[in-house]
Design a binder for this molecule. Structure first.
Ligand SMILES: [Zn+2]
Length: 329
């Protein structure tokens, strides 16, 4: 059965299977979600399921093998050349879209980083999406759906790829990629739900993460240390005696990831927090702090304020209603 290799994206797979079964697969699809959660693999699997030479549970027929190798004439990848996807990259695909596939049943174009399609290029693509050709499907991949042009968005079927649960990541690492279980758990816990990131983590990332997590525990435990002392433990001072802003932004990102992971049950919450509501409140404070640090407000001041006041008063209700839905909590 197709899509059997896809881990942790049951909702998307169910929708794709149903659409294929009813012969109602949209000619334009957008796969969106964090990098490293299976968008490209699923697009490839879709291409295979549409072109497989018959009853082939292992997906090992000549067509499937060629798709896997990237040498099937009807399955093509496209990624931005430089900053954007150019008109002359998309034009040949659009022209070919009208004709029958060379050897498969369906032609699949997989376009990576669809947010890099500008108006000029989009106008060529839109005609095709508006009058869907019988044999061609475009699968657009993006980690940032809001940055994809609305004209494209509105003409495509949208498929959201959720962050993977740690169990799913552990399963892939251990059973597919042969990692030792303890190592796999360590990666799964720290990767924010992305298998791509789980694989890319190195020892330096691990130690930064653990250091920051330990610091966060301490900061939230109302320990004897004053906020100023806590902050100075976290701030790394660079060569010219200046605080390293990029380092601080990175640490804040790790903290928000820890809190988010705790809120969605991917990892334990920091010890000093009573539950998801407190975690969410602190999460919002950190996002505020991040924006201020990025906007050049002194990091030590911002962090001290954040630690001092994070649980004084919950942020206003509208922030909660406005921000929370986007966190998939
Ligand atoms: Zn096959």
């Amino acid at each position: 059965m197709a899509f059997e290799n896809i881990v942790g994206q049951e909702a998307v797979v169910a929708r794709l299977r149903m659409a294929i079964g009813r012969d109602r697969l949209p000619s334009g699809m957008i796969f969106h979600g964090l990098d490293g959660v299976g968008k490209r693999t699923t697009a490839l699997e879709l291409a295979r399921s549409l072109n497989c030479d018959g009853d082939d549970p292992q997906m090992a027929c000549p067509a499937c093998v060629r798709i896997e190798r990237g040498s099937h004439p009807d399955v093509q990848f496209l990624a931005p050349e430089g900053q954007f996807i150019k008109v002359d990259q998309i034009e040949p695909l659009v022209a070919r879209a009208l004709f029958r596939p060379f050897e498969g049943r369906k032609r699949i174009y997989i376009v990576d980083r669809a947010e890099c399609i500008r108006e000029e290029t989009a106008s060529r693509l839109l005609k095709t999406l508006e009058e869907p050709p019988l044999f061609t499907h475009f699968v657009l991949l993006t980690a940032s759906l809001p940055s994809v042009l609305p004209t494209i968005r509105s003409r495509c079927g949208l498929y959201y790829f959720a962050e993977l649960a740690s169990e799913a990541i552990e399963h892939i690492l251990v059973d597919r990629l042969g990692h030792p279980p303890a190592e796999a758990r360590r990666r799964a816990e720290r990767c924010g739900g992305s298998i791509g990131r789980a694989l890319a983590l190195d020892e330096l990332d691990f130690s930064r993460y653990d250091e920051t997590a330990a610091w966060l525990d301490q900061a939230l435990l109302h320990s004897d240390a004053t906020p100023a002392e806590l902050v100075s433990q976290l701030l790394k001072v660079g060569a010219k005696g200046k605080v390293d802003v990029d380092d601080i932004l990175d640490r804040i990102d790790i903290m928000t990831e820890i809190l988010h992971g705790g809120m969605v049950g991917r990892r334990r919450l920091p010890t000093g927090l009573s539950g998801p509501d407190e975690a969410f409140n602190f999460f919002l404070r950190l996002m505020q702090a991040r924006a201020m640090v990025a906007g050049n407000v002194a990091p030590d001041m911002v962090l001290e304020e954040t630690i001092l006041h994070w649980n004084k008063e919950p942020l206003r209700k509208w922030t909660e209603t406005f921000v929370r839905p986007f966190l998939w909590v």
